[in-house]
Structures are given as structure tokens and as C-alpha cells.
Design a protein around this ligand. Structure first.
Ligand SMILES: [Zn+2]
Length: 259
């Protein structure tokens, strides 16, 4: 699943390919997308210019000059592929934006779970999101307020996009390991000192993540706990454990991550 740094990198590629350009046509190529994006809506974006491209959490927003916004979320396996309009469609093409200079930006997605929606100028294009991890507003004090009314463990709370925008399953586990906090620790009971460590750890893991494409295996070697069940904790040597929390796998070290 693309995590924040990968989405950021993909947004950069989209920006270099499409910013300031005018849409010739938007083609919706997969029925799952077409159900939420009727042909009429797709036809209506023809002629609009892409004025600004923004990332918020894992959402990518294409602001059009007519005030409307195209919003893309990659979900599990989405990505951009940049080419020319005369080239054949890439494999797993789900939607394609043809631009007036002959550039084609294709949303590719083997699992076809990515979403693409169009929002008019009057409606809010995104649900409420917390601050970005690298936003100065994301502090230990903020985290204390955001978690104060929360029941349950810290790990599922970190995946709630209203708490912090864009943190996914892998980096939530890695950040908790780095901060030496058990994923089962009570979210609202975390001390200020532990919240400070956690905020630092979240920024660290996101900073160190390569912004490259995400299917290459090279990066897995860098994970300290994620997907390492039964292997030795790089810090204390205890065996990494896997549990399920809120339907997601969580990996952690039962010895050096304390609740
Ligand atoms: Zn350990």
C-alpha cells in the first residue's frame, strides 16, 4: 500500500506532467470507477486547466480553473503512469487524462480499488483530516488533545486520518517501535514524554522512507518490525510478534515496546 512518502513522490510526478496544462479528455476505463464517475461528469472536465496540484494526507487534489476539484486516492495499488496520447494504454489503466500538449497521465491500479471523484466549487472535496505529520501543528500537545476522548489502543488511533493525516499501517508500526511504545498502549493514557517521542518517531520514519516506487523489495530490509513476525528485534533481540488490531496486522516487539 502506498504510504505518505510514496504518495508525495507520485504527486510530484503528476505535477511535472500535468500542472498548468489543459484537459482534452478524461477517460474512465474501469467499471468500478465509472459507477462513481458518470460519463457526463468526465466529459464536463474537458477544456479545464489544472491550476494547482495538492496532496492532503494520501489524497491528491487537482484544482481546476473552473473551481472544481478532481480527487484521487490510490488505496492499495494505484499509481500514475506518464506517457504520450499516441502510446498504447499501460496495463491496468483505470482512467486516463489526455492533455493538450500530448501528455497522457494514466491512473494504473492492478487491484482497481483506487478512487477518482469530481467535486464542484461549493462542496468540500475531502473529509475532515488532522494535521500532516510534518506540520508544525502536529505536536505532543495536539496529540494529547486528539487522543483524550479516545478509547482503545494507540495503534488503531494513529491510523485515524482525523488524528494525523496520511499515516498508514506500516509506518504506524515502525513509529511505535522507534518510540518504544506498545501498539496496545492506551491511546488516551500516553504521557506527554511518550507523545513527544511518538511525534518525533512518526516524523523520523516518514523522513527516512524512500520516496521511490513502492513495490521494490529493497526497502523491506529497512523495516524494523513490519512483516518481521518471529524475527529478532533489531534493538533487543526478542522475537517480533504479530497481532490483529481493528482488522489490521500489527507487528511489534513485546520486550522493548511498553504499554
Ligand atoms: Zn525489542
Amino acid at each position: 500500500m502506498p504510504e505518505l512518502p510514496e504518495v508525495e513522490e507520485a504527486t510530484g510526478r503528476l505535477r511535472s506532467a500535468a500542472l498548468g496544462k489543459t484537459i482534452v479528455r478524461l477517460r474512465i476505463l474501469h467499471p468500478a470507477l465509472a459507477r462513481r464517475f458518470p460519463a457526463r461528469a468526465a466529459a464536463a472536465v474537458a477544456g479545464a486547466t489544472i491550476q494547482r496540484i495538492e496532496r492532503r494526507g494520501k489524497h491528491q487534489l487537482l484544482h481546476l480553473d473552473d473551481g472544481r476539484t478532481l480527487v484521487v486516492h490510490f488505496r492499495m495499488t494505484g499509481d500514475w503512469e506518464v506517457g504520450r496520447v499516441e502510446e498504447p494504454e499501460p496495463r491496468f489503466a483505470r482512467a486516463a487524462l489526455d492533455l493538450t500538449d500530448g501528455t497522457r497521465v494514466t491512473l494504473t491500479d492492478p487491484r482497481a480499488l483506487a478512487t477518482l471523484t469530481l467535486h464542484d466549487a461549493q462542496s468540500a472535496p475531502l473529509p475532515a483530516l488532522g494535521p500532516e505529520a510534518n506540520d508544525p501543528a502536529f505536536t505532543a500537545e495536539y496529540l494529547g488533545q486528539a487522543l483524550a476522548a479516545r478509547r482503545g489502543a494507540i495503534k488503531p488511533a494513529l491510523l485515524d486520518q482525523r488524528v494525523v493525516a496520511g499515516l498508514g499501517n506500516i509506518y504506524a508500526a515502525e513509529a511505535l517501535w522507534r518510540a518504544r511504545i506498545s501498539p496496545r498502549a492506551s491511546a488516551r493514557a500516553l504521557s506527554l514524554e511518550r507523545r513527544r517521542r511518538l511525534v518525533r518517531a512518526i516524523r523520523d520514519v516518514l523522513d527516512r522512507a524512500p520516496g521511490g516506487r513502492y513495490w521494490i523489495g529493497e526497502r523491506e530490509a529497512r523495516w524494523k518490525v513490519y512483516d518481521r513476525e518471529g524475527k529478532a528485534c533489531p534493538r533487543c533481540g526478542a522475537r517480533i510478534r504479530r497481532i490483529t488490531q481493528a482488522g489490521r496486522s500489527t507487528y511489534y516487539c513485546p520486550r522493548c515496546q511498553r504499554s
